[in-house]
Design a binder for this molecule. Structure first.
Ligand code: PMP
Length: 359
């Protein structure tokens, strides 16, 4: 059995490593020679609790976190986190800081407005998010937290590091978690949907430092309360067992490969594609050079007609998922951890071939 027969540059759900797909496929028929399908094991039984515990331990190990942090798997995707963060940590008479660096950052701000005051400390919206905004030099220590998005999936910008912060830092790391070495301990909390670098759609990784968890407002409905989810070990309701297992397979794959090696490859993949975009007169990058993402490479063609022809050319070469987001247009190639260097080489060779054929 071969992995996907096409080269998949989709932004999420997106390409996963072949080894992970193989093991996930086997587990559906016969999980670890138990004679049971992973789809049918009870979520409170030993088999699943072992999966849960190993995944939590691996997250801590890969992030360099001590037992001061709680690791949870929740549902509802990034959008529920946009609501749960303010629901748990912000009240009507309080203010939280937000960095507005793209579509998802702005969605998080809109969601928080239902619960309290949002102070937008930096924004690049006026420039259509073609670069990162300036990180604020100082922040009011009275802010309940400061929320930012490490990688802007739609516009293709990425913060190079996680800064230290005087107020609790909350990071949406949905589209670049484990793609490079990061100082996770600068965060009071971070979260990431699984469907990009961490597995299949359906489960969301949520990590919260215990002292920050103590600030959760009392009286929330249990399903929306981080403290309850932590106390219940992510087993308040039936968790997405299969999704969490696929994430465990991803975490094992990342550990074996090491984040240092993954980062090196991600830098090589992105450098190769940006270099071709710069070289090839038919294309141009959408984002300023110092803000460019390693994960989502956003670029344009010379004309709408040419863009259409290039997409057709890619489809004919077995390349899918490089259409830009509907709000930006043109192209976006997502180079998550599961995309091998050979995949980027293929895309670059098709760009070259397209140029030679007269565009
Ligand atoms: N945050 C970021 C950075 C994302 O890229 C996305 C989805 N692409 C989300 C949040 C929203 O995730 P979901 O669709 O799972 O709610």
């Amino acid at each position: 059995m071969k992995q996907e027969q096409v080269l998949n540059f989709n932004a999420g759900p997106s390409a996963l490593p072949e080894a992970v797909l193989q093991q996930a496929a086997e587990a559906i028929i016969n999980y670890n020679n138990t004679g049971l399908s992973i789809l049918s094991i009870p979520h409170r039984g030993d088999l699943f609790v072992a999966i849960l515990e190993e995944s939590k331990a691996l997250v801590k190990e890969l992030c360099g976190l001590s037992d001061d942090y709680e690791v949870m798997w929740l549902q509802g995707g990034g959008r529920l986190q946009f609501c749960m963060v303010p629901m748990n940590f912000l009240r009507q008479n309080e203010t939280a800081g937000y960095i507005d660096s793209g579509h998802w950052a702005a969605e998080a701000i809109d969601a928080a407005k239902h619960y309290g005051t949002t102070g937008v400390l930096a924004s690049s919206r006026e420039d259509n998010y073609t670069h990162l905004p300036q990180w604020p030099e100082s922040v009011d220590k009275g802010l309940r937290y400061l929320h930012f998005t490490t990688n802007n999936t739609i516009y293709g910008t990425q913060w190079p590091s996680i800064p230290a912060s005087d107020v609790p830092l909350v990071a949406d790391m949905s589209s670049d978690i484990f793609s490079m070495q990061r100082d996770y301990t600068n965060c009071a909390m971070f979260y990431a949907v699984a469907q990009k670098n961490l597995g299949a759609a359906g489960n969301t990784l949520v990590v919260v430092r215990k002292d920050f968890l103590e600030r959760v407002h009392p009286g929330l409905p249990p399903m929306l309360d981080y403290k309850v989810h932590a106390e219940k070990n992510s087993l308040l309701n039936t968790p997405p067992v299969f999704g969490i297992y696929v994430s465990l397979l991803m975490l094992r794959w990342i550990k074996e490969k090491t984040i240092a090696v993954i980062e090196k490859e991600n830098r090589a993949k992105a450098a190769m594609l940006y270099a071709e975009i710069e070289r090839n007169a038919l294309f141009h990058a959408a984002v300023d050079a110092d803000s460019r993402s390693l994960m989502n490479v956003v670029f344009h063609g010379r004309s709408k007609e040419m863009e259409k022809q290039f997409l057709e050319c890619c489809a004919g070469r077995g390349i899918v998922g490089i259409e830009g987001h509907r709000s930006v247009g043109a192209f976006r190639a997502s180079l998550y951890n599961g995309m091998p260097l050979a995949g980027v080489e293929k895309l670059v060779s098709v760009m070259h071939e397209f140029e030679q054929s007269g565009g």
